[in-house]
Write a protein that binds this ligand. Structure first.
Ligand code: MG
Length: 229
């Protein structure tokens, strides 16, 4: 059976919580690469993308972000997160493992990642949470600052596995912020929003989510909302 439904997952706040290790790795990589001691308290990570964060930091420092600096910083970021990950607790949000198992076992479903992380740190976070094996494809922030472009990249990679001339009949993005909802709608997808991040259920409704859940714990209810049962 061919996959008919693409289900794309955001990582932070949706699948897992890395308890500040992502922010800490940014702070440490900034000092290591550029000698900047900056706690980046002016940066909001929720719903943001790593490339956009880096651009915001360079703008705050009045510095020019070259392609080489971007590449070198992202390499340092992955090294810092890898070290922190050895000790940092990583918590899967309720129901995540059960939902992913159900979706992965469904031949109608193609799973993907749409995250503001760069690919290397996304993989570190997923691996640490025991979720890496669920995802072959994704869209990441290495080249894209706009989450809609990241969603486009992920969908393009998932579609490359489909027979030529065919397409998904439904695309869902599961995320925890208004940025996920906007990115989903920008690429013609629907958004199932989950309030396990910073955004509340009313905020996610107000941002136009197509479905809102307090957590992903009720697998049957989520599968029903996705049109799979
Ligand atoms: Mg998120």
């Amino acid at each position: 059976m061919l996959p008919r439904t693409a289900v794309l997952f955001d990582i932070d706040g949706t699948l897992l919580d890395f308890h500040g290790a992502g922010r800490k790795s940014f702070v440490q990589a900034l000092e290591q690469m550029f000698g900047w001691r900056d706690e980046i308290t002016y940066i909001h990570f929720h719903g943001n993308t790593d490339l956009n964060v880096l651009r915001q930091i360079f703008a705050a420092h009045g510095a020019e972000l070259t392609a080489a600096k971007q590449r070198d910083f992202f390499a340092a970021l992955a090294m810092e997160l890898n070290q922190l990950a050895a000790e940092a607790p990583s918590t899967c949000h309720p129901g995540v493992a059960g939902l992913l198992q159900a979706l992965a076992a469904d031949p109608r479903v193609a799973l993907g990642i749409v995250t503001g992380n760069i690919e290397s740190t996304a993989h570190i976070k997923l691996h640490r949470a025991g979720l890496r094996h669920f995802f072959r494809h994704g869209g990441y922030s290495d080249e894209h600052a706009d989450r809609a472009d990241i969603a486009r990249q992920a969908l393009g990679r998932l579609r490359a596995d489909l027979p030529p001339g065919t397409d998904f009949s439904a695309v869902w993005l599961i995320g925890d912020t208004p940025s996920d909802i906007a990115a989903a709608h920008a690429v013609g997808a629907r958004c199932l929003a989950v309030a396990t991040g910073r955004s509340t259920i009313p905020e996610l409704h107000a941002a136009g989510a197509d479905a809102v859940f307090p957590t992903l714990a009720d697998t049957a209810a989520v599968l029903h909302a996705l049109g799979l049962i």
